[in-house]
Design a protein around this ligand. Structure first.
Ligand code: UDP
Length: 375
């Protein structure tokens, strides 16, 4: 008898699991409450300019994971793309992540790598042995001046919290380099899907046995209709928020259309308080192989996520740990339901990690199913 599986959410997590299970012979129904697939990676062409836009903000694919890279390349050509972010602070433009050019320009020096490393070490607060907070991590490794110029205000704008309240892990996402490499990421593979992320997810879902229902919410009461449910919605929503709402940041985008080149780069961060927005994304620069007369920019504003909003960043503060643990316990006890992805596990995940976890989740599920069949 064919087994039926429901997958809630058509982002990378849900689509990858749907793909793997359908290929193994399962009948998979995907329920997506929005009007489109691909979750927050969704990209579409702007009606006025035809520029491919990352509707929920910038997504750059980068990974060291061979399996993930091979997997995504089955569904799209990846165009060479290196993310080189600029940052404006105190009316000056710098390159990020902090690299030798940033350090030399900021301090008006001509250091070579070893000199810069020594200089930054002299600025770092060595009394902080084990950085726990975002601020500790910054003060320990780059010192107060760079911290205040690039991280402190941006982080308050982004998270609505002081860096003393946030975990060091958020800043650990960014490297500090003592050479002139201004590639924002350190991974071996990096690129942009030629036709956008939604086109990839569409292909991932294009397997016999998968049915996608758009604009269709899934009610936990329906789970009895399926042998198994993979749920990539917010973990607290599945349990009716019975332990309270887990906090998220959401983003608002002010759209600016123009002609030509508005800012000369895909992403420019605004690290001080001169503007309320955190960054401006000019989407056409993500597809440099395309030619467009017009341009579309998103001015990005971060704020507390309300019930009606799209959740983006899980806040995961140490003080909310107890609440999260309660949900994780409930999730572990929920029979025939697997919680997956950024919202289902309430973690700040990059796309490659999401795909890797989805592939492993599918492997494990299929292995268990075949073990059971042999018993
Ligand atoms: N960050 C910052 N200044 C910047 C860029 C990043 O302070 O110019 C901090 C900020 O707290 C941010 C974190 O570093 O949330 C991680 O940055 P990343 O660029 O990875 O954020 P994402 O693109 O995922 O929003």
């Amino acid at each position: 008898m064919t087994k039926n599986v429901a997958i809630v959410g058509a982002g990378f997590s849900g689509a990858v699991i749907a793909h793997q299970l359908a290929k193994a012979g399962y009948q998979v129904e995907v329920f997506e409450s929005r009007s489109h697939i691909a979750g927050n990676c969704h990209s579409e062409r702007d009606a006025e300019t035809n520029v491919l836009v990352h509707v929920y903000g910038p997504h750059i694919f980068h990974t060291d994971n061979e399996r993930v890279w091979k997997f995504v390349n089955e569904f799209s050509q990846f165009m060479p793309y290196v993310n080189r972010v600029k940052a404006i602070t105190n009316n000056r433009v710098f390159t990020l992540p902090i690299n030798l050019l940033t350090i030399n320009q900021f301090f008006d020096k001509t250091f070579r790598p070893a000199e810069a490393q020594e200089f930054l070490a002299s600025l770092g607060d060595k009394t902080i042995e084990n950085p726990v907070t975002f601020e500790d991590q910054a003060l320990r490794f780059v010192g107060r001046e760079l911290y205040e110029a690039f991280f402190k205000t941006y982080t308050v704008k982004q998270w609505g919290l002081q860096p003393t309240e946030l975990p060091a892990s958020i800043l650990k996402r960014l490297p500090v380099r003592f050479n002139y490499d201004d590639n924002y990421f350190s991974h071996k593979y990096q690129g942009m899907p030629k036709d956008g992320y939604t086109a990839i997810v569409e292909k991932i879902l294009d397997v016999p046995g998968i049915t996608v229902h758009l604009n269709t919410a899934f009610n936990p009461d329906q789970k009895g209709d399926y042998d198994h449910v993979f749920y990539s919605g917010p973990i607290d929503a599945w349990f009716g928020h019975r332990e309270g709402r887990l906090p998220y940041r959401t983003l608002d985008f002010e759209v600016h259309r123009d002609k030509g080149d508005y800012q000369g780069n895909a992403v420019i961060n605004y690290c001080d308080n001169a503007q309320r927005y955190t960054r401006i994304t000019e989407h056409k620069h993500f597809s440099p192989w395309e030619q467009h007369e017009g341009t579309v920019c998103y001015f990005e504003y971060s704020r507390q996520c309300e019930e009606k909003d799209t959740p983006y960043y899980p806040i995961r503060l140490a003080r909310d740990k107890v609440q999260l643990e309660k949900y994780v316990r409930l999730a572990n006890e929920e029979p025939n339901v697997t919680f997956i992805g950024r919202l289902g596990t309430y973690r700040y995940l990059d796309m490659d990690v999401t795909i890797d976890e989805a592939l492993r989740t599918a492997d494990k599920f299929l292995e268990c199913a075949s073990d059971k069949a042999q018993m």
